[in-house]
Design a protein around this ligand. Sequence first.
Ligand SMILES: Nc1ncnc2c1ncn2[C@@H]1O[C@H](COP(=O)(O)OP(=O)(O)OP(=O)(O)O)[C@@H](O)[C@H]1O
Length: 264
Amino acid sequence: MFDVSTGAPLVRATDIWMNRGSNTVLKGVSIEARKGEVIALLGPSGAGKSTLLRCLNAIEMADRGLVEVEGEIIGCEKVGEDYVRLPEKQVARQRAEIGMVFQNFNLFPHLSVLQNIIDAPMRVRGMKKADAVKLAHDLLARVRLSDKADAYPRHLSGGQQQRIAIARALAMNPKVMLFDEPTSALDPHLTDEVLDVIRELAETGMTMIIVTHEVAFARDVAHTVAVMGEGTIMEIGPPDEVLRAPKDPRVQTFLARALKEMAR
Ligand SMILES: Nc1ncnc2c1ncn2[C@@H]1O[C@H](COP(=O)(O)OP(=O)(O)OP(=O)(O)O)[C@@H](O)[C@H]1O
């Protein structure tokens, strides 16, 4: 496992609050990821996991609280007592540093695999096409899909599409990768090929926050497990402590249920 003992905090979210409709979806969530750290975010449906990820990469704006990546405030800033969205151009530049992989892959259906990967490096980073193509081929080799450069997403399995989505995010050389249930839309036999790619990324020291229902994967790959519930982080710590001997009774109930489902 990548050693994060000397890592400085790379991502820091402090006291994040978010209301949506009549719900308070996040209730003062604080979380920190050191450079190279892998955090698995577990928790029941509706806990606020996806919303927290969407705040971390400024897809959504919190009502209160700040997110920092390498010390830079992301998405909004505090002016007096108010939180004010930064100019869109600045937010777009910041978001380019934060890779996001979604449950449903979100590849561009009308673009080939290669075009999907080279699009952002060329458009956002101004990379020359030849360099972007070379980078794409390197990344395709890394996710073991070198033979799919000219294929279109509809011709790929879900597991292959998700590996392309990971390659596409990596093409921007992000500082951190956020995964929102990357295997939930996959048949069980396709799950491992995606988890293996994420596991390899962890070994390279990529900082990652991964929302997942895969408790065994979290135990093996994560440095830290956080269990969310009702808009809060109910428990956080090393996998051994949180998964084997959770202190919070709500976490005990959630894990007992999750492990039962895994055994089925
Ligand atoms: N735009 C919205 N308007 C109203 N409620 C919302 C909105 N977005 C999210 N919520 C509510 O916020 C809560 C947290 O949602 P979120 O999707 O973050 O949970 P989650 O932990 O990721 O759940 P899941 O595992 O099912 O994806 C849910 O109760 C959801 O219904």
